[in-house]
Design a protein around this ligand. Structure first.
Ligand code: CDP
Ligand code: MG
Length: 140
């Protein structure tokens, strides 16, 4: 499998509870390398732009409010099959369905406040990385 890059976000519910280090340990233990990382505070408009694909969904407004409510940590993870591997480490969207040992099973508070975001495909990974990072900031 090829080396890939994927966009990860440690969401407000997790940064608020000081879980950045514990979540990063999950990524690193799975063989994912954090090749870029910064802590930022999104505006609601920026969160809305990032999640534009969900604009018609009933949870969109609440999701944008939540993503702007506290700082987030945005990161680029690199590794063999990183996109799928990260989704496995994250666990299912709803923590009630997430496999034991996954980030969402251990840390998520609800289907909305679920601690992490991860890109879902090569094309979205590329777009989402470019949304937050310039090429100069990716240090593989
Ligand atoms: O994050 P993931 O790719 O697993 O799920 P998604 O279907 O792409 O949804 C994006 C985000 O919207 C989720 O991570 C949740 O924070 C939120 N969401 C929600 O609040 N309620 C739902 N029923 C589904 C998603
Ligand atoms: Mg998604």
């Amino acid at each position: 499998m090829a080396t890939e890059r994927t966009l990860s976000i440690i969401k407000p519910d997790a940064t608020k509870r000081n879980l950045t280090g514990k979540i990063n340990a999950k990524f690193e233990d799975a063989g994912l390398r954090i090749i870029a990382q910064k802590r930022i505070q999104l505006t609601k408009a920026q969160a809305g732009q990032f999640y534009a694909v969900h604009a018609e969904r009933p949870f969109y407004d609440e999701l944008c409010e939540f993503m702007a409510s506290e700082p987030v940590v945005v990161q680029v993870l690199e590794g063999e099959g990183a996109i799928l591997k990260n989704r496995e480490v994250m666990g299912a969207t709803n923590p009630a369905d997430a496999a034991p040992g996954t980030i969402r099973a251990e840390f998520a508070e609800s289907v909305g406040e679920n601690s992490v975001h991860g890109s879902d495909a090569p094309e979205t990974a590329k777009e989402e990385i470019a949304f937050f990072f310039s090429g100069l900031e990716l240090v593989g």
